[in-house]
Design a protein around this ligand. Structure first.
Ligand code: NOJ
Length: 460
């Protein structure tokens, strides 16, 4: 940044990066691990671009010592990762010591390097055996999730203090079951979230939370009632449909009306909302971009951000028939996602005011990042100037939110390294570290170098 007065981050602010088990680990059939729904989904012809899968991925399962060294070299203070359910409890059954051993070694390695482990229990990889028994719609799955979480806590609870139940339940429900773009999670797994929070709460040392993908939905024309309703629907389905039950113990009435007829009322049973609203300590916010929506199609724009292999499928927005997405005059990433840092400031301020603040819950940005078509220069470096700009702009947006009174705990860039981007396979690169999938060589990109400099100075 060229600004003459540096902007400092608070002394307690944590700088980190994030990954997820299926996207980086590989070793898909080693040491007792069995299939998850993503192993099975990736075998479906055409489900994933290039018919890629996570069998090897970044081979992190074998290379974790070097990867942790890399994190330390970058200056990361914290690392957000997920444990693989089917590695820890193959087929969703009894705990597998070899699987737990891996995470125990990883946690020790992180702690040895002064990196705070930030653990997520469910990053979309339901054991396939549980899916075959009915998956998330089967209430027993929430109890199997509790068993798995308890096994992970029994082994790591003495060393890991930061626990996240679910990552982006919107994707594990709407995008998967209705949109068909992701492996079937089929139903909102937030009941499982509440059960695990209640159980882990018995350990008073822990910080417990959930990570949601939240957005800012703006109407194309704020004076147009139809456009305003489009924004209300998207805000309802993305944000309030998850925030309200967790923070307020109720589903938003307008969204229930929007989804009437989809059978949702048959799914929620008496007592569920009390469990789902078990108090949390930390809300993880994943923010990539906002949405500009309206009641009329945009003129001269074609918008689809779904992976080409899965088009056309039903919209993952059942409550938003007739809503149209519009593009603004903003730069786009390789995912065709708009770069909209100011949306992050607005989102954090709003979540703090309406939910986190009143509940005494802390906020952290648990994901934010961008895919670009990186090029390796003749000198072997990756000069990803756009990603450097993206990173700096979003860190500045967080400082803006902090200036407005939001006590943000930290930031996790997505992702530490290039990895398996779900339906897009290895086609999209989000990392600040490049992975050469032929050699597994890691190369810090210019964005990693910039991040290291920011972390060292604790200022922008
Ligand atoms: C959200 C997900 O949590 C992560 O797994 C994914 O790779 C990134 N967004 C980028 O799409």
């Amino acid at each position: 940044m060229s600004s003459s007065t540096p902007r400092d981050f608070p002394a307690t602010f944590l700088f980190g990066a994030a990954t997820a088990a299926y996207q980086i680990e590989g070793a898909a059939h080693e040491d007792g691990r069995t299939d998850s729904i993503w192993d099975a989904f990736a075998r479906v012809p055409g489900a994933v671009v290039g018919q890629d899968n996570g069998d090897v991925a970044c081979d992190h399962y074998h290379r974790y010592p070097q990867d942790v060294q890399l994190m330390a070299d970058l200056g990361l203070q914290t690392y957000r990762f997920s444990t693989s359910w089917s590695r820890v409890c193959p087929d969703g059954g009894a705990p597998n010591q070899a699987g737990l051993d891996f995470y125990s070694r990883l946690v020790d390695e992180l702690l040895d390097h002064n990196i705070l482990p930030w653990l997520t229990l469910y990053h979309w990889d339901l054991p396939q055996a549980l899916e075959e028994k009915g998956g998330w719609p089967e209430r027993d799955t929430a109890y199997r999730f509790l068993d798995y979480a308890t096994a992970v806590h029994d082994r790591l609870g003495d060393r890991v203090s930061s626990w996240t139940t679910l990552n982006e339940p919107w994707c594990a429900s709407f995008l998967s079951y209705i949109g068909g773009e992701h492996a079937p999670g089929r139903q909102d797994p937030t009941a499982g979230h509440g059960l695990v929070i209640q159980e882990l709460r018995r350990d008073p040392e822990l910080s417990l939370g959930i990570t949601l993908n939240l957005t800012v939905a703006d109407p194309v024309d704020p004076t147009d009632a139809g456009d305003r309703d489009a924004a209300r629907r998207i805000d309802g389905q993305f944000n309030r449909f998850f925030l309200d039950p967790i923070f307020r113990g109720e589903y938003p009435a307008d969204v229930l009306e929007d989804v009437a007829g989809l059978g949702f009322e048959r799914v929620v049973q008496p007592g569920d909302l009390e469990i789902i609203s078990s108090p949390i300590d930390m809300l993880g916010v994943n923010y990539y971009h906002g949405e500009l929506v309206g009641a009329h199609p945009p003129v001269g724009q074609t918008m689809s951000t779904a992976a080409p292999s899965v088009r056309p499928k039903r919209s993952p927005f059942p409550a938003a028939e007739g809503v149209h997405w519009h593009l603004r005059d903003l730069p786009l990433t390789a995912m065709q996602w708009e770069v909209q840092p100011e949306g992050l400031t607005r989102l954090l301020v709003r979540i703090q005011e309406e939910y986190a603040g009143p509940a005494g819950v802390q906020l952290a940005v648990t994901e934010n990042g961008a895919a670009y078509n990186d090029v390796v220069a003749p000198d072997g470096a990756v000069h990803d100037a756009e990603r450097v700009e993206f990173l700096e702009a979003h860190l500045a947006a967080i400082l803006d939110a902090i200036d407005q009174g939001v006590p943000v705990r930290g930031y996790f860039y997505w992702s530490l390294m290039d990895n398996f981007e779900w339906a897009w396979g290895y086609d999209k690169r989000f990392g600040i570290v490049r992975v050469d999938y032929d050699t597994q060589e890691r190369t810090p990109k210019d964005s990693a170098i910039a991040y290291t400099r920011i972390i060292a100075g604790r200022a922008l």
